[in-house]
Design a protein around this ligand. Structure first.
Ligand SMILES: Cc1ncc(COP(=O)(O)O)c(C=O)c1O
Length: 454
């Protein structure tokens, strides 16, 4: 049956009758349009009335090779008519085997085991549980705590939210959560006057050392988003912090969990952000770009040392216990393999370097804007920090929702920008062209002018 009501307004009306959207005060949709998308094409999304929106944020940072990418779509269709899913306990399949082999080959050395899950938060849950359980199996049940960075975001299930420090998501649910130790982020924006990012990283490492000196004995792991704290406002830091973190984790017998869910797969200029520091973590969480925005899939990679601590005769009761019905889904694994094949066949990182340079050049003039305190960039992530007062860096009151004004301006102009509070950021699919970057930036600048006025 075809539904007669299929225009934008009709679809939005039907949606709002039954659908409850994430990260949304649903009442906003009394004034903010809900956009029904019917098709995607490269960096563009197309609504029910044919209006096009340039996807400046890769649909929540997942889409790297364009919407409805034909090569990935074909692999998915082929897999769908072969094997769509199979229980992953006691059974296996070649897409998962091959994907594990390939991930081990391309991730930093030492990550030799791959545990599958089906979304980013779950990959973080796996890393936290596995780290705790490793220490328990080693006779260190006293290790029950985690260390997270201020301003971090690792997802919104209870464990992942516990090690996150973005008040918007955490505050309400705090009574339900584990309490991590928070260590100050090496975020360069929060550096002391006159300090360079490298010096900020060194100072934050000294603070972490002090924390570890008192609490390492009860700490399982330190979890970080390497180089860019994304949902916390695209805050960026120097790779030296990761070098120092690796050394401190070794010195104090604490695991290093690298959450590369947002920054992995070429986003920061290297295939994985940890490469820029030349470090291998004990756990690496991947999702988002892993399937190029096609299907939910995540992995937690770890070392043989961790794996071996669970490997025992059944009645020793040491096995790792964590399962999701869609773990290692063959469709998603096949899509991930095709995504990796694109990295193999095309000069993705070279192309990204050129696009990133163009983006940097186009954003540079914003540094002089009276309401811009910072323009920062790491590879294909760029961010503009809007402030009420440039001299003191006093932020706009979040209740004024300045970022929302930029979002609405973007929608009117056919550009999807979705600021994080007062931070307008750019995280486009890698298939974007320089002309499309120009459109993104020009629209953002005009949106910023509207947002800061009055
Ligand atoms: C660094 C990081 N970790 C974890 C997550 C959670 O992933 P998911 O939304 O798939 O649960 C996100 C999502 O944005 C993220 O940016």
């Amino acid at each position: 049956m075809t539904h007669p009501a299929s225009g934008n307004v009709a679809l939005a009306t039907r949606d709002l009758k039954h659908v409850w959207h994430p990260c949304t005060q649903m009442q906003d949709h009394e004034s903010v349009p809900l956009v029904p998308i019917v098709r995607g094409e490269g960096a563009w999304l197309i609504d029910a009335e044919g209006r096009r929106y340039l996807d400046g944020i890769s649909s929540w940072w997942t889409n790297i090779f364009g919407h409805a990418n034909p090569r990935i779509a074909a692999a998915l269709a082929d897999q769908a008519s072969t094997l769509e899913h199979v229980i992953f306990a006691g059974f296996t399949h070649e897409p998962a085997i091959e994907l594990a082999e390939k991930l081990v080959a391309i991730t930093p050395p030492g990550l030799d085991k791959v545990f599958f899950a089906d979304n980013g938060s779950s990959a973080v849950e796996v890393a936290l549980k596995m780290s705790f359980h490793y220490w328990l199996n080693q006779g260190h049940g006293e290790k029950t705590r985690f260390i997270a960075l201020s301003g971090s975001y690792h997802g919104e299930t209870l464990g992942a939210l516990s090690v996150s420090d973005v008040a918007l998501y955490r505050k309400t649910y705090a009574p339900l959560l584990l309490t991590p130790f928070l260590t100050p982020s090496p975020d360069a924006y929060e550096g002391e006057p006159g300090e360079n990012p490298q010096q900020t990283a060194a100072r934050r490492l000294r603070e972490l050392r002090t924390l570890l000196e008192s609490h390492a004995h009860e700490t399982c792991a330190v979890i970080v988003e390497p180089l860019v704290q994304c949902a916390g406002g695209m805050r960026m830091y120097h790779p030296d912090y990761l070098v120092g973190l690796r050394a401190l984790c070794d010195e104090f017998s604490v695991h290093f969990i690298a959450d590369e869910i947002a920054v992995g797969f070429g986003r920061t200029g290297s295939l994985f952000a940890c490469e820029q520091a030349g470090v291998s973590p004990d756990f690496m969480c991947l999702s988002k770009g892993l399937t190029a925005g096609f299907l939910p899939l995540s992995v937690t990679l770890t070392t043989n040392d961790v794996y071996d601590a669970f490997y025992a005769e059944y009645n020793a009761g040491k096995a790792f216990l964590h399962s999701h019905s869609y773990t290692g889904n063959p469709l998603a694994c096949r899509v991930a393999l095709e995504t990796l094949a694109i990295f193999r066949d095309e000069p993705v990182l070279d192309r990204n370097r050129k696009l990133a340079a163009h983006l940097a050049q186009r954003l540079a003039p914003l540094r002089d804007h009276p309401h811009v305190a910072d323009v920062r960039q790491t590879g294909m992530i760029a961010a503009v920090e809007l402030v009420a007062d440039k001299a003191t860096r006093r932020p706009f009151d979040s209740k004024e929702r300045r970022g929302m004004r930029v979002y609405l301006h973007g929608l009117q102009q056919g550009v999807l920008l979705r600021p994080l509070g007062n931070v307008v950021y750019f995280m486009p699919p890698y298939v974007v062209t320089e002309q499309e970057i120009d459109l993104l930036v020009d629209t953002a600048i005009a949106g910023i002018e509207r947002a800061v006025a009055g």
